[in-house]
Design a protein around this ligand. Structure first.
Ligand SMILES: NC(=O)c1ccc[n+]([C@@H]2O[C@H](COP(=O)([O-])OP(=O)(O)OC[C@H]3O[C@@H](n4cnc5c(N)ncnc54)[C@H](O)[C@@H]3O)[C@@H](O)[C@H]2O)c1
Length: 452
């Protein structure tokens, strides 16, 4: 099987080339085409990479074919990994959607060259973002069966890892799919998760307990909060905020932080692609999530999105039948992604304990202040067991009672500390005390001031 990497001089393209050679895909008898751009850094890096690969892997290296124009693409499987990327530069693109104007012409050029140079059986794997738009463009040239977006493959790998981490098992024991858009609209489908060795039903109950209330009202809200935390408190604090979310939200938010850490995600992405190609190269089939052009026959969706597919060396064999929960189907249609998933477990099943959150305020009774603070809890799906305002040790104070685990409690404290009216925040275990009992002059028999 010959493979071509378009964009082999870029961050992800280079890592893919390395991962493929290390995995012997294709083997020494095959051909690996590395395509860069004529002139400048891309051309220089391409020749340098080829030289370095020879030094590292002379024993098993496939034939390396270097090209400087995407129009020269020729291979059984082509990986599109070139193009503009989301950057941390001021004013640079911050979402995948913003890349479309630069990257769509490239997808069209590569698909057109494949149609002109090939036999009609070649496969295009799209990694460049926004993956849905580029799959749509290329599928219009090559047909929907031969164009596969890899965004959902990467998201699925991340979701499985998040669950594996939490359960303390290896990822190979965890199955599960992330469907929908590779970006703001991705839907981690909890109903598809099962863990080998966790009982006959794949650990359904234990998996259900991993779900937590939504930490943000929308994915964009989460990204804005992470941006603010990264700027103010640094990258470690942003990762701590991600840790407070459940595996579904972590799947969406952790790569966002990684993208802006400077490391980006080339290693995980390339390793996942190498695993997919190892199966296809041996003539195998793979049940995975991938971005494909749909015709309305799956969930009534017409357009390109992440769907469950059976993939082979020649393309999409069929859409795989998967039973999804009602909230997942609704989320796939809504475009709100993980934020549209309902089903938070009832309070009794939420891990954690009851807390009193004490906010010492800069001033008492500012209009709208209490409503704003209570929204911090509501946006994370938490219902307040009580909220009171009054003096404590002579200082204006707001006290909230809620049920949360340690991570969620820390997330709330971090968020409340950023409120402009809040001077100081800390949490104490409630231990059966109602919030008003901590205010100055509280008289248990008659209740305390201002609660609802
Ligand atoms: N880096 C990652 O971890 C990662 C992971 C998954 C997906 N992606 C996606 O892959 C794409 C590339 O990301 P990157 O991080 O490698 O970026 P990069 O800037 O490091 O590399 C991009 C490469 O594409 C080439 N290129 C750009 N425009 C081109 C054009 N019109 N014709 C031919 N070549 C062109 C550049 O010369 C460069 O070599 C992006 O769309 C990104 O969203 C990146």
């Amino acid at each position: 099987m010959d493979i071509s990497v378009v964009g082999a001089a870029g961050t992800i393209g280079r890592q893919i080339a390395i991962a493929l050679v290390q995995a012997r895909i294709p083997g020494p008898e095959g051909r690996l085409q590395l395509i860069g751009r004529r002139g400048g850094a891309s051309e220089r890096v391409l020749f340098g990479l080829a030289s370095d690969l020879r030094d590292a892997h002379g024993e098993e290296l496939p034939e390396l074919d270097l090209a400087l124009d995407p129009a020269e693409v020729r291979a059984d499987v082509v990986i599109l990994a070139a193009g503009a990327t989301v950057s941390g530069e001021p004013g640079g693109p911050r979402t995948r959607g913003e890349l479309i104007h630069h990257n769509r012409p490239l997808a069209e050029q590569v698909a057109t060259a494949m149609a002109a140079n090939g036999s009609g059986a070649e496969l295009l794997l799209v990694l460049t973002n926004p993956v849905e738009a580029l799959v749509e463009t290329a599928a219009a040239v090559l047909g929907p069966r031969r164009v596969v977006g890899l965004g959902a493959v990467l998201d699925t790998m991340r979701f499985r890892q998040e669950i594996a981490d939490e359960l303390g098992v290896r990822r190979q024991r965890v199955t599960g799919l992330v469907l929908g858009e590779h970006g703001l609209g991705m839907v981690p489908c909890w109903s598809t998760v099962s863990v080998h060795g966790l009982g006959p039903d794949g650990g359904r109950e234990r998996i259900a307990r991993l779900r937590r209330p939504a930490p943000f009202a929308t994915v964009v809200d989460g990204m804005h909060e992470l941006d603010a935390v990264m700027r103010r408190d640094g990258i470690a604090a942003a990762y701590r905020m991600v840790e407070a979310c459940d595996a579904g939200w972590r799947t969406v938010l952790r790569p966002y932080v990684t993208q802006f850490s400077g490391a980006r995600t080339p290693v995980g992405s390339a390793a996942t692609i190498a695993r997919v190609l190892a199966v296809l190269a041996q003539g195998g089939q793979l049940l995975t999530a991938a971005q494909v052009r749909l015709d309305g026959s799956w969930l009534g969706l017409d357009g390109t999105t992440g769907a469950p597919v059976v993939l082979s060396r020649t393309g999409i064999e069929r859409i795989a039948p998967v039973d999804l929960a009602a909230d997942e189907v609704a989320a796939l249609g809504s475009g709100r992604g993980v934020a549209a998933l309902g089903a938070t477990p009832p309070a009794g099943q939420v891990p954690g304990r009851s807390w009193l959150i004490l906010c010492t305020m800069l001033r008492q009774d500012r209009p709208g202040m209490l409503a704003r603070l209570s929204r911090v809890f509501a946006e994370r799906g938490l219902s307040l067991d009580g909220l009171v305002a009054g003096p404590r040790h002579g200082r204006p104070t707001v006290l909230a009672a809620c049920h949360a685990d340690d991570a969620l409690r820390d997330l709330l404290i971090g968020r409340l500390r950023r409120d402009p009216d809040v001077a100081e925040v800390r949490a104490e275990p409630a231990d059966g005390r109602p919030p008003w009992s901590l205010l100055d002059g509280a008289v248990p028999a008659t209740g305390g001031g201002g609660g609802w």
